[in-house]
Design a protein. Structure first.
Length: 747
């Protein structure tokens, strides 16, 4: 790269952000500045970027980018900082790490990493290695995006959801597709989504959308929209099972051969277990879906084959959301649609098996975390043990999945743990928080409580690219560079893609890569042997172990390598074709409708068969008298969580607003565009109203990711929905961001 003159160069790289896609970016660079962004215009399949990728240069060259290390000078959260040197910043962090470890123990230090703007080399696992060398830390377990789905897949299939997903093109073999809480037009789940959606429409495949909203995907594809109350999905699925059983529409042969526990689920559905048959009329009262609609959908799904019930992650991001995924998988088994082209496991499709091997961080010196090793196993450790076994050496997921011990904190409960510590039943009193590329305050439940927790800590570090609402609470802020300013490698899943994340420009200001930051901190702590290889050597080693990439230099020059599969990937196809030679990774070797592992947990809120369990803050909750509207917090096309929220081009596309049904708005004297107050006991915001028929009555939607921006009275003016959400995980560990009651009134 030579940007010392005015000659324009085109540098090809790959964006792999939180959407799980990996898209080609062709960055036009002149004079050290990205002037234009193009995308894949080559042979099929094309990995074309979204609007966020198109606006990437505005992100990289945004005037608010963090350029230098900063030290807090005012009260936490006020956002007053002064510039310091890297030497002072790293020396301060190192001394505080030593002090806190010596004073309170290694368990008092929490490491909180997340995804986004990461690659195979640069990720939160690097700081993990530094802290392990120091003596350990308290880690977190679970994923905000899909913990309910993950838990359910482990219980049902014995593998995490990324191993239980078929490829998008397998949907083209379907005769019926039921999209249940799935909106891939916006979320771009995995690669190549839009092309396959267009092919589905062209092929005339019947599509039904079950969702509280008439989504963009429903508008594009659906022949029918079935609105449903949030958190009641498992009830509707039980009623569908009731129709199939009583009308003898289920595939008993498939169930006998490939599953265990259907008899127990049948007893629950028919009411033999508890005296309440789960009829369509029973479900109508709970879900708001007419009984006749439930009957027709059950019959259509049971008699149309192959059929794909595609359950998105969103319904599982609710109280008892793991029951949704387990019930969906049971319906797929009842209809014999698992392991066949055009069927589904009921997990969002899009994954081809592809890997670059372990993250370099997972092979660095230090071993396992002493804090975790010293703690007893968790009661639900079987799931995390299987995850670790299933992914270790493939994605190096140790840092994100967490381990099986009681030392780990559920991501949703970190604030509670900081505020209550040992007196609240946690294994330690927490004094320091180290955050890597995570806007915790903004993106996790109960924003105001997180702010309270951040103020209690003795020392906070944030590695960030912008002064986020979370970074304002840090004592030291370390500026990280972007994928345009460093080299790395990554993969895509929809059709296999290997991406060379090529450096296009020099780092903005004094920002550094995560590799450089970890290297510098390790040196301050006296770990002179932390870096055994250079960044370039690491990347050559990663690529050298990949049989799909024969030549490293060519790969770097071209920026990516596409691998064209000869056929669709169908999850569990081998297990269904020849179960004697290919067992499922469950204790029984079969699909587990009844899970003995869950039964052994002896948790009344976690039934061993999928059941409808009424959520907290449902419309039957006494709180509904004060807060009668159910809030859902959805993904937004112009942001990746909170990333890109500050980009001018993208902000012009659509304002942050609360979506509400015409009838709910009319009853409150609210018109489209009015400023309204949305509130509950946890917080409040002022935000415009978007009044529409595209959401069911009684439900309001606020897209997640908008900046938390409180005024002098603590009222959020940015539209961050997490000022309203509850920081209690579902029993399976999931973030319940779609379970909250609110009221809306004209401001």
């Amino acid at each position: 790269m030579n940007d010392s003159n005015d000659t324009e160069q085109i540098v090809t790289t790959v964006c792999h952000d939180h959407c799980t896609s990996a898209c080609v970016l062709k960055l036009h660079v002149k004079g050290g500045v990205i002037t234009r962004v193009e995308t894949d215009d080559g042979e099929y399949p094309q990995y074309r970027c979204c609007v966020r990728g198109r606006a990437f240069r505005q992100y990289v060259h945004h005037p608010d980018r963090l350029k230098y290390p900063l030290k807090r000078t005012g009260p936490r959260g006020e956002g007053k900082f002064e510039r310091i040197s890297w030497d002072e910043a790293l020396e301060t962090i190192a001394s505080q790490l030593k002090r806190i470890k010596d004073s309170y123990g290694a368990s008092s230090i929490i490491l909180l990493p997340s995804g986004g703007d990461m690659g195979w080399l640069n990720n939160g696992g690097l700081i993990d290695r530094v802290l392990v060398r120091l003596g350990g830390y308290t880690g977190v377990l679970g994923t905000v995006s899909n913990e309910g789905t993950w838990f359910s897949c482990m219980a049902t299939y014995g593998v995490p959801n990324v191993r239980a997903s078929s490829s998008h093109d397998s949907l083209l073999d379907s005769r019926l597709i039921i999209m249940w809480g799935w909106n891939p037009v916006v979320t771009r789940m995995y690669m190549h989504t839009h092309r396959h959606l267009a092919q589905i429409k062209k092929a005339g495949i019947r599509v039904i959308s079950v969702d509280p909203r008439y989504t963009e995907t429903a508008a594009l594809l659906a022949n029918q929209w079935i609105p449903i109350k949030p958190g009641t999905d498992a009830a509707m699925m039980a009623a569908m099972a009731h129709v199939m059983i009583t009308e003898n529409l289920h595939d008993q042969s498939f169930l006998n051969k490939h599953t265990v526990g259907f008899d127990k689920y049948r007893d629950y559905v028919l009411g033999i277990e508890d005296g309440t048959p789960k009829t369509p009329a029973w479900a109508q009262a709970i879900t708001g879906v007419p009984a006749a609609t439930i009957v027709n959908l059950a019959r259509e799904y049971a008699t149309t084959k192959p059929a794909a019930l595609v359950d998105g992650f969103a319904p599982a991001r609710s109280a008892f959301g793991e029951q949704f995924n387990r019930a969906a998988a049971t319906l797929a088994a009842m209809t014999g649609n698992i392991g066949i082209p055009g069927g589904s496991t009921c997990i969002s499709p899009g994954v081809f098996p592809v890997s670059l091997g372990a993250f370099p961080a997972s092979t660095m010196k230090g071993g396992d975390n002493p804090v975790h090793l010293a703690a007893p196993l968790r009661k639900n450790s079987v799931f995390y043990q299987r995850v670790s076994l299933g992914l270790q050496g493939v994605t190096g997921a140790r840092f994100y999945v967490g381990g099986p011990t009681t030392a780990h904190l559920n991501r949703v409960q970190v604030a509670d743990a900081i505020l209550r510590g040992r007196s609240g039943g946690y294994p330690a009193d927490y004094k320091m928080l180290y955050m890597v590329t995570i806007n915790w305050l903004n993106q996790y439940a109960n924003t105001n409580r997180i702010a309270e927790a951040l103020k209690k800590l003795e020392f906070v570090v944030a590695q960030e690219q912008f002064m986020t609402p979370t970074a304002k609470f840090a004592d030291i802020v370390l500026p990280t560079n972007t994928i345009a300013e460093r080299n790395d490698v990554t993969i895509g899943f929809g059709f296999p893609l290997y991406g060379s994340m090529n450096k296009a420009i020099d780092s903005i200001g004094e920002s550094k890569s995560q590799f450089e930051i970890a290297q510098g901190l390790a040196a301050k702590l006296g770990f002179s042997d932390f870096v055994e290889k250079t960044e370039e050597e690491w990347m050559r080693e990663i690529i050298g172990k990949c049989p799909d990439i024969p030549d490293y230099e060519t790969f770097k020059k071209e920026g990516f390598r596409k691998v064209k599969p000869s056929k669709s990937y169908v999850a569990f196809e081998e297990q269904i074709k020849d179960p004697s030679k290919n067992r499922f990774s469950t204790p029984s070797g079969k699909i587990e409708i009844f899970s003995q592992d869950i039964a052994d947990m002896n948790n009344s809120k976690l039934p061993p068969i999928p059941k409808y369990v009424e959520s907290w803050e449902s419309l039957n909750d006494p709180l509904a008298k004060r807060y009668p509207l159910q809030l859902i917090t959805t993904h937004y096309f112009r942001r990746t969580h909170s990333k890109f929220d500050n980009i001018p081009w993208l902000k012009e596309l659509e304002p942050q607003a609360v979506t509400m049904h015409t009838s709910d708005a009319s009853a409150r004297g609210i018109k489209d565009g009015d400023m309204v107050r949305v509130f509950n006991d946890r917080g409040q915001m002022i935000i415009p109203a978007f009044v529409t028929e595209r959401i069911m009555p009684g439900v309001v939607e606020i897209p997640e990711g908008a900046k938390f921006d409180p005024d002098e009275n603590g009222v959020d003016r940015g539209g961050c929905p997490n000022v309203l959400t509850r920081d209690e995980p579902s029993p399976g560990g999931a973030f319940a961001g779609n379970t909250a009651l609110v009221q809306v009134e004209k401001a």
